[in-house]
Design a protein around this ligand. Sequence first.
Ligand code: ZN
Length: 202
Amino acid sequence: MKIFCIGRNYADHAKELKNDLPEEPMIFMKPSTALVIDGKPFYHPAFSEKIHHELEIVLKISKNGKHISPEFASGYYEEVGLGIDFTARDLQEKLKGKGHPWELAKAFDQSAILGDFIPKTETDLSGIEIKLLKNGEVQQQGNSRDMIFDFDTLIVYISKFFTLQKGDLIYTGTPPGVSKVEIGDALEGFLGERKLLHCEVK
Ligand code: ZN
């Protein structure tokens, strides 16, 4: 399985990191060894002093496809969920400065927290509210209607380059409010009123 992630898909998040808005989706990937499932904790790695949480809506791909056309894109996922794209922001800034790839900052072990999924029919896909609580306080809040590239556009775009396979995941980008995590923090992710994700930082 493959994990795709979208960078800078909410204008207000791109602004908070002083990045330009993308004209096409910005895609990167994580390996399957990045995944943390079943509510297991995140063990803060020693190589970074600035790990940021990025709460994101995650699509679970439900069938194989390549060169998917826009009218069929919504048929390639049946469930939506929440994940955290952990990012070593200090490393990312260094790599970006040198024009190097981002993998060390984005694709390391445990960098993809995955919460629970719900059937897409149980939510209004045109406006999914999400929020992340850090130690009980709202830290990130967003709505999928503010995404620069919507779910179907992302599926069409990714499938031009990669065969999408059943079980692949797409982390669709983070709204504003990213912040540094410390050992001892508790992170909770909500989709609407439903808590789909819980992650302790150890
Ligand atoms: Zn992200």
